[in-house]
Design a protein around this ligand. Structure first.
Ligand code: KIV
Length: 275
């Protein structure tokens, strides 16, 4: 079943949970799509899990387009959402529409995601007016890491909770089809989820959100530099990969790989002609 923004709306209406994961390449996107994931995000988390940066700030629009193209070829049914990286929508509304358009035209995204509340409402409205579906993103928005003074849980005071609820309502009014809630208390995420009609997708925001998203390297146990409290590791692929690569190295070193069955043959007549 092909997922569209209408699928997301319907799932919330039917009180059915929405599943999303990040992906950045063809093979992974294809596997997730075969599992019937509702949506795939080409997140600017690629700065950390693909490029090895300390944060997401160095990611460029061209990098997101490159990874979106690969994911698009692998995912036939998931809704493909591409992240708008840092400074790709802050400078002007025109630039925001242009960059959102590039993610759709060049990358093949179905929708774009951008971080922030009141200060990016004009951008959200303009992108939606250009017929590009927008997913909002509130809470511990990683592009604000320096402004927050680190990756810190948000929405812990009355003032910030009120602001989060106001921002979520503004995002809905601006025409966004969904909003990611990241790194906020579960109760606060529940209040936001109950006060808007568009789906909320949580990451570190408890179980009351309309859906969940995780960075795939986190949930598959491939990125152990730092495992946040909200991550559940459904597999330990890091260990599986290390064991497999260790066996490969040993077999190459001791000559037991490749075997006859991995080797192409040539018939005797052809071989004689070579000598
Ligand atoms: O960049 C990303 O992967 C994200 C998700 C964690 C929501 O924004």
């Amino acid at each position: 079943m092909k997922n569209t923004i209408l699928t997301f709306k319907d799932l919330k209406k039917q009180h059915k949970k929405i599943s999303m994961l990040t992906a950045y390449d063809y093979s992974t996107a294809r596997l997730f799509d075969e599992c019937n994931i509702n949506g795939i995000l080409i997140g600017d988390s690629l700065g950390m899990v693909i490029k090895g940066d300390e944060d997401t700030l160095g990611v460029t629009i061209d990098e997101v387009i490159y990874h979106t193209k690969a994911v698009k070829k692998g995912a036939k049914n998931a809704l493909i959402v591409s992240d708008m990286p840092f400074l790709s929508y802050h400078i002007s509304v025109e630039q925001a529409v242009l960059n959102a358009g590039r993610l759709v035209k060049e990358g093949g995204a179905h929708a774009v995601k951008l971080e922030g509340g009141a200060h990016v409402i004009k951008q959200i409205e303009a992108i939606v007016n250009a017929q590009i579906p927008v997913m909002g993103h509130l809470g511990l928005t990683p592009q604000s890491v320096n402004a927050f003074g680190g990756f810190k849980v948000q929405g812990k005071s009355e003032e910030t909770v009120k602001k989060l609820i106001e921002d979520a309502k503004l995002i809905e009014k601006a025409g966004a089809f969904a909003v990611v809630l990241e790194g906020i208390p579960g109760k606060v995420a529940e209040m936001i989820t109950d006060s808007i009609s568009i789906p909320t997708i949580g990451i570190g925001a408890g179980k009351e959100c309309d859906g969940q998203i995780l960075v795939y390297q986190d949930m598959l146990g491939m990125f152990n530099d730092f495992v946040p409290k909200f991550v559940k590791q459904y597999a330990n692929l890091g260990t599986v990969i290390k064991e497999a690569v260790g066996s490969y190295i040993s077999e190459v070193q001791n000559g037991s790989f490749p075997e006859e069955k991995h080797t192409f043959s040539i018939n005797e007549e052809e071989l004689k002609k070579l000598y």
